[in-house]
Design a protein around this ligand. Structure first.
Ligand code: PEP
Ligand code: MN
Length: 337
């Protein structure tokens, strides 16, 4: 249920409405818009149907939200959201480019890649310290040591850092070193993890599960939002289909679909989306043309010897070339980087 407020509503009137909702055992979430503000009501909506909220001063209209996701929906917030990772905006006119190695392998690798991606124009550093590998025998990440390297290189280069958190136990330690949490495709429906991240204050990059629909992705975002953390960035990273020419099928239409359905920023990961470095460039440009708010790109100085995802990692010089093209396409669609 969404309560649309009159443009001239006072703070006291808003508080009064919020208290009425809480008394019914429901949760009010205020969304301040440019033209008008709304209160989204979370919980068993039936309780509201018998309450004449329209009789309260300051209320313009009460609307049922038919979609199963409420706070993530554009019905709840008309203007597109801008999420800030430290001082980098994700959403709005500028594009966020998150770049770095798949895994943090060593301080040497991260320092070099961090420096080169920054030089090329990336504005956020990525790198996994806890790696969700298909095989338990594959490199699992450096853990806390990797987080320390991320913090160190991020600070040196002036880049905020984003890194994956795989379970609830890891939240405090990732929170200590990173500027944003990443929820990987394999954990998109780890609802306990999502709920706990909803209680934190840092932005969450939520990656689409490989077999998840767009609706599933938005429902997962709803878990984070409904706990109070409104800083959610959605990430299209490819889904499983019958097509085997690429590692996954990058669903670029998801960008345009999500933009219609939700106010949340959307980024695209063409590295996992294709699995092939030679396809990362074209898909990055297409993603920007499709209206995404940013990209997540894997970069490695020596992909041949990378401990994970070498075949989809760009060499720094290729990334630099791509950034030049990215700037041109961004400009042509009214965006900047
Ligand atoms: C990653 O970003 O390195 C990663 C593991 O991504 P995904 O969860 O999309 O597979
Ligand atoms: Mn990877």
């Amino acid at each position: 249920m969404i309560i649309i407020l009159k443009p001239d509503i006072t703070e006291e009137q808003i508080q009064h409405i919020e208290e009425r909702i809480k008394k019914l055992g429901l949760k009010p979430v205020l969304s301040k818009g440019i033209e008008r503000s709304l209160i989204g009501v979370i919980g068993e909506e039936d309780k509201l149907r018998i309450t004449p909220l329209e009789a309260i001063e300051g209320v313009e209209k009460v609307m049922a939200v038919l979609k199963p996701y409420k706070l993530a929906s554009r019905d709840f917030k008309k203007e597109s959201s801008v999420v800030k990772i430290k001082d980098v905006q994700v959403g709005g006119k500028s594009l966020a480019v998150m770049a770095g190695p798949c895994s943090v392998e060593s301080i040497e690798l991260l320092s070099e890649v961090g420096h080169l991606v920054k030089e090329a124009g990336a504005n956020i550093l990525r790198g996994g310290a806890f790696k969700p590998r298909t095989s338990p025998y594959s490199f699992q990440g450096l853990g806390e040591e990797g987080l320390k390297y991320l913090q160190e290189v991020g600070a040196k280069e002036g880049l905020p850092v984003v890194t994956e958190v795989m379970n609830i136990r890891q939240i405090p330690i990732v929170d200590k070193y990173a500027d944003a949490f990443q929820v990987g495709a394999r954990n998109m429906q780890n609802f306990d993890l999502l709920k706990e991240l909803g209680k934190t204050k840092k932005p969450v990059v939520l990656k689409r599960g490989m077999s998840a629909t767009i609706k599933d992705l938005l429902m997962s975002a709803e878990y984070i939002l409904s706990e109070g953390n409104m800083s959610v960035i959605l990430c299209e990273r490819g889904i499983r289909t019958f097509e085997d020419a690429t590692r996954n099928t990058l669903d670029l239409s998801a960008v345009a679909v999500i933009k219609q359905l939700s106010h949340l920023p959307v980024i695209v990961d063409p590295s996992h989306g294709t699995g092939k470095w030679s396809l990362v460039g074209p898909m990055s440009l297409a993603a920007i043309a499709a209206g995404c708010d940013g990209l997540m790109i894997e970069v490695h100085t020596n992909p041949e010897e990378a401990l994970s995802d070498g075949s989809q990692s760009l060499k720094p010089e290729k990334f630099e070339e791509l950034m030049k093209m990215i700037k041109k396409v961004a400009e042509s669609v009214g965006r900047s980087i």
